[in-house]
Write a protein that binds this ligand. Structure first.
Ligand SMILES: [Zn+2]
Ligand SMILES: [Zn+2]
Length: 132
């Protein structure tokens, strides 16, 4: 069982089932929404018990971003495929999770590097890697 929630506490959730590794996404949308980059882990919606009502922003056709309408915490990415990507920073500690890669690294901000020995993909995980 993993718990998480937003900064103000209006939205909390519990997740059952094993959670996979964390992916960092450096795409322009994630940068804009988070102020840096997103770090998320997928889970089936059926494993998630949500308390509170997120606001949703339809950022692209076929996907939306869930956040707290009070405090603004970015919590969820959804592609309507039965999965929800939970933002790892919103989990209560300890998570027991590890990050295992960076995606859309070609779109990252110019003020940082990943600084870790993890693969950095120019776009999605199925595409080429780029230096960190
Ligand atoms: Zn909140
Ligand atoms: Zn992204």
């Amino acid at each position: 069982m993993q718990r998480g929630g937003c900064l103000c506490g209006a939205i909390t959730y519990e997740v059952t089932g094993a959670l996979g590794p964390v992916t960092a996404c450096h795409c322009t949308q994630c940068r804009k929404q988070t102020g840096h980059y997103a770090a998320a882990v997928p889970a089936p919606w059926g494993d998630v018990t949500l308390s509170g009502t997120p606001k949703w922003y339809n950022s692209t056709p076929g996907a939306r971003r869930g956040f707290c309408g009070t405090c603004g915490s970015y919590l969820f990415w959804e592609e309507y495929d039965g999965l929800v990507y939970l933002m790892a920073g919103a989990f209560d500690a300890p998570t027991g999770l590890r990050m295992d890669g960076h995606i859309y690294y070609a779109d990252k901000g110019d003020y940082y590097t990943a600084g870790e020995d993890l693969p950095c993909f120019a776009a999605g995980r199925s595409g080429p890697e780029v230096p960190s």
